[in-house]
Write a protein that binds this ligand. Structure first.
Ligand SMILES: [Ca+2]
Length: 176
């Protein structure tokens, strides 16, 4: 009986100890995935098959002109500590040269710029695959380090837009 228990334990351990190689943050495959987004009226968001990096759908978001057009991803996996990279695929047709800001907050205070993480992705107008090392995310913007075991949300935003912006996004994920 003891041996059987040991064998069972050995069978269970590798599964329990190894995180999945890829952990989805949001892949925009279902309508409920869209329920985990926050945006402001009069944005338009929908699942699309025009831009797909993972699965069968990506996200299209149309943002109105104005300051800080922002897409927020919430209800995300809390513990990122066993992964190495934050990755996503993005396409901003007609947006070559525009700066897309990626902000990642843990559950601590991120009121001050130096206490959160931000990165700038310069859009090319073509499809882009973006990888950010989580060591960089953990270091944040130079203030307190982020707690990768207590993550809160991811924001994609532009500083401002003179006209309506259409952005495609897919495969927001963690990888090892
Ligand atoms: Ca997808």
């Amino acid at each position: 009986m003891k041996r059987l228990a040991l064998v069972l334990l050995l069978m269970i351990l590798p599964v329990a100890c190894s995180p999945e190689p890829v952990r989805t943050i949001n892949d925009f495959e279902t309508e409920s995935d869209l329920d985990r987004l926050t945006w402001r009226c009069p944005y338009w968001i929908e699942r699309t098959d025009e831009f797909v990096a993972v699965g069968q759908y990506g996200l299209m978001v149309e943002m109105p002109a104005g300051i800080y057009p922002t897409l927020e991803l919430w209800n995300i996996p809390e513990n990122w500590s066993r992964y190495a990279r934050f990755e996503f695929d993005v396409w901003g047709p007609g947006l070559a040269g525009r700066e897309l800001f990626v902000r990642i907050d843990d559950q601590g205070s991120s009121e001050r710029f130096i206490d959160r993480f931000e990165a700038i992705v310069v859009l090319t107008g073509e499809r882009q695959h973006v990888q950010l090392p989580l060591t960089r995310v953990r270091n944040g913007n130079g203030g307190r380090p982020l707690d990768l075991s207590r993550m809160e949300r991811v924001l994609f935003y532009f500083k401002s837009a003179d006209e309506r912006i259409t952005l495609y996004l897919d495969g927001v994920r963690l990888t090892r």
